[in-house]
Design a protein around this ligand. Sequence first.
Ligand code: 1HN
Length: 346
Amino acid sequence: MNDAPTADRQAFYDQIGPHHLAPLWEHLHRLVTRTPTSPALPVKWDYDNVVRPLLMQSGGLITAREAERRVLILENPGLKGNTSATHSLFAGLQLIMPGEVAPAHRHAASALRFVVEGSGAYTAVEGERAIMEPGDFIITPSWTWHDHGNETDHPVIWLDGLDVPMVRMFDASFAEPANAESQTVTRPSGDSLARYGANMVPVDWKPERISSPVFSYPYARSRQALATLARNGDPDPCHGYKLRYINPGSGGSPMPTIGAFMALLPAGFASAPYRSTDGTVYSVVEGQGETVIGDTVISWKPRDLFVVPSWAAHRHKASSEAVLFSFSDRPVQEVLSLWREDRLHG
Ligand code: 1HN
C-alpha cells in the first residue's frame, strides 16, 4: 500500500496509535522487500589527501588517553547518525602518537585492526603484544582485554572494524576498564602465532572459545600466499585471488561476527560483476584501480578505504597489481542462512 490512506483508515490508525498498535499493511512492502534495499551508500575515503591530514589534526586536539581511543569514524553517508560504515559494522581510523597509550579495556563488541601506516606500535591482547606492521590483521575478540601503545618515534594508524552496530541491535553491550592502563606482558610477542598459527597446535589443545587463538596475522605471510596463488593458477573471475582469514581451531572466521579477506588482483585484471548480501568495507593495501558500484566509480590507491553496500553489483579493475583487504558480516549471515551471492556473468 503506497498511497496515502483514506480518511477513515487514517482515523483508525490515529485511534489505535495510542494503544501502541499499528497496521502492518501500511509497512509490509518496506519490511519484506523482494531484494535487499540497503540505505548504505557506496563511499570512498581518500586517505592521503583527506583522512590522514584530518586524523593528524585530531592528534593535536586530544590525546589517546583523554579520548580513550582517538578514532575518526568512517560514517556511511546513507546511515547518518548511526556511527557505522555498513548497517552491521563500525569502521574507523585510529591514530596513536609516539609515546601514547590507549588504556586497557574490554567489551562485548569484537574488534579487528588492519594496520594502514607506520610500524612498531603494539596492540596487547590478553597479555601478549602484537607488534604492528602495515597490512597486519589483528583481532580482539569479544570480552578480551586490550590496550594499544606506541613506543616508536612516528605516528601509527590502523583501521578499526567492530561489530558494535550488531551488539547495539541486540542490546547486549557491556564494557569494563582495566585497573592498569597497560596490561602486564604475560607471554612473549609471537607466542600465539607459534602455538596456533604454524598449521600445528599444541598436542593436547582443545579450543576454549569460539574465536581464533591466533590474534595477529602478519601481512608478510598473507602476501606470500597470494603471490604463490597468482603464480600457480587462474584468478577467480569475480574475486581475483582471494583468501579468507580463519580460526585455525575451526576453519571458521577468526571471530564469529566478522569475516575478513584479502585479495590479489593482477595488473590489468577486470573482475566479472558480483554482488552479495554482506555489505563490505575495503582497505587498499597495494596498487591502483577502480571499483564500479552501480553508477558510482570509486578510484583507489594505497590506503584508501571504501564501502560496497549489501547486494550492490560491483566490479574491480586493477591498473597495477593490487591487494585489497576487506571485512564484512558474512559469517553471521551464513550461520543464519541469510547470506546470498550472485555472480552476474563469469
Ligand atoms: C574500541 O574499543 C577501540 O579498543 C577502537 O581500540 C574503536 C570503536 C567503537 C567502540 C569501541 C579500541 C572502537 C572501540
